[in-house]
Design a protein around this ligand. Sequence first.
Ligand code: ADP
Ligand code: MG
Length: 698
Amino acid sequence: MPADSASPPVEASPKLTTLTGIGPAIAGKLERLGLRTVRDLLFLLPIRYEDRTRIRPIIEVRPGQRAQIEGMIAHARVIMGRRRSLLCALRDETAEITLRFFHFTRQQQSGLSAGTRLLCYGDVRQGPRGYEIVHPEYRRLRESEPAPVQDRLTPVYPSTEGVTQPRLRKLTDHALANALDDLPDLIPARFMAGLGYPDLHDALRTVHRPPKAMALETLLSGQHPARKRMAFEEILAWHMGLRRMREAGQQREAIPLTAHGPLRERFLRRLPFELTPGQRQAIEQVDADLVRDVPMMRLLQGDVGCGKTVVIAGAVLAAIQSGRQAAIMAPTELLAEQHMRTLSDWLAPLGVRLAWLAGGMSRSERRVFEAELAGGDAQLAIGTHALFQEGVRYRSLGLVVVDEQHRFGVHQRLSLVEKGSDGRQAPHQLVTTATPIPRSLAMTFYAGLDISAIRDMPPGRQPVNTALISQERRHEVIERVAAACRAGRQAYWVCPLIEESDYIESQAAEPTQRELSEALPGIRVGLLHGRATPRERDRVMGEFAAGTLGVLVATTVIEVGVDIPRASLMIVENAERLGLAQLHQLRGRVGRGAEKSHCVLMYRSPLGEMARERLNTMRNTNDGFEIARKDLELRGAGEILGVRQTGALQFRVADLVRDGALAEPAQRVADEMLRTNGPEVEQLIRRWVGEGGRYAGV
Ligand code: ADP
Ligand code: MG
């Protein structure tokens, strides 16, 4: 394997700290975005663009638009309503609009006094007294200074706390001016000839600083050749990286495991249900891998609720009855906790010793956990990515399971495998996902993995009935929840997470819990959010599972994996903000028992066209593949995704749904490049997949 430490650094580029104005504090924040060198900035691509090439008369702007305006502050005052806020009336020759600030320093306030000229940019919304912009980006102008307009579209970068957009723009300006020359085009030109893409440098310039005349829609939808060029390179790099990983994995040895043994037999006999044909087939395929002396690298794919956990348990028992340890890594604490509950229910009676690594554990608890694993007392370890952190050692890890793998980066999966590896030996790997993806995409997404798919559902499931209800009828929904609870049913009430800028619009979970507690006398309403401690979460989930809580108000933390078959009602507020995949996952939390389940998607009018289509799709089908197909169609049709796609391979540019068509040409080019095996292969992988170290070690 390429020894990372021995090879010279590729594409050397000055550290960001060499730039003036970048102190250690900012550098630390940039590092959180993965930015260490000036070159890294070139690959930090905008998530969207803004048109600041012109100034709009205030009288023209409407709620829902983003607009650049210019005017004079007519008056400014601080009001003390529900939240203290600074209101400035900005006036031009045509009209007046309110600028509203919730957070402001004394200095900002004095800079926004009457008579100040401002250039502003922001989202217009309907306020209590006319239109307003909350927290506009603004710049003060001198009295006679002409308002500066941009001659290029303005990029918006993925942001990190404490690094402002203007700063990121300045930094990328610098990188474009100074770092491009040191950035080689790594794909041999003959492969790019037929594809009609610009070269790397042109592509980067266009993506970072699109000319004014360029249609914003093509850029935003990712259809522009400059963007495609970048996506192609990224997909190519991943494809090659995953193939290399596979080859390396297959050169290692694994300890063959005994699939059919007494432990497994007892487990299957005790299960309170019959396996579905899909589950049975998946277990057989896994078994066939486990008994070999080459590490298994298998993906288990199946829609939410199809019963993947049983297959995981089967593999875990194969390891344990062969005298080996197994580890299950879950993407969230909540899911890890639930696996702990389910698997101890199933396996502890068989004498299996489980150990759980929770996020909020004390030092001494953690030491106990580590000792149990290192000494071999624990046969099954369950946790989040903390499972592969410093200090965790396994005595004889035979199997690594990564549940809901689309939530992890490949790096994390690999690290866990490395933990259990010892020179030539590596553990078997089973990764699962509920994300159904078309074959063409699987080619890249899962290059290097064998695939098992579960296509059936446990018997007796009834499709979830889905209704769309406007926010204005919220009280009716509350009544419905009350009626359901009185009839002994349980409900989830999901409040999508509050992003800073969404604060005002979104329903936060805490006030909703208070509100529902008041509106539902006699019914206990629990609260679950990402900031709760593991103990709190465990208690709340335990109470909900036991039925002592009637309603569970939660943020989207419950989106993956949570399995409480008794809950039969799912309410999602602000559903119009969520993507199809996420809605499907959330809805998948109900419809797990024999009881008829319902899902209410609440939305705020007016609905955009895309949001309407998404919600209608949810109402019309329960089929994960159909929903994924619709997702592809909608996004292919130019949905503007302001948010990063969830999870996936941690792509920076490519979107496997949108750029799926690139997978095939990328595979062809990969075949060629891997055959000739020039230094570019490794360089491309490093550029896109990551810092050598971990990756190259595999
Ligand atoms: P997922 O594939 O989403 O991880 P789970 O493994 O959590 O699904 O299973 C969902 C629910 O279905 C669980 O409550 C589980 O006990 C139940 N289940 C799994 N397999 C079967 C089966 N063959 N028959 C009946 N119920 C099953
Ligand atoms: Mg699961």
